[in-house]
Design a protein. Structure first.
Length: 52
């Protein structure tokens, strides 16, 4: 009985793990380096100041 419950648990957890992963490709992630983030923040703040 414990073996059957263990197999059911493992199969359900593996299904949940496979269902939550992104299999569309790794190119969807935008990795921002600290320099790019700082430049973006400066650009956004200067744009907001021009609007006022």
């Amino acid at each position: 009985m414990k073996t059957i419950l263990l197999l059911i648990t493992v199969s359900l957890s593996s299904l949940a793990l496979v269902g939550c992963t992104n299999d569309e490709g790794d190119s969807d992630l935008d990795i921002i380096t600290p320099n790019e983030e700082e430049t973006s923040a400066i650009t956004n703040s200067s744009t907001e100041e021009k609007g006022n």
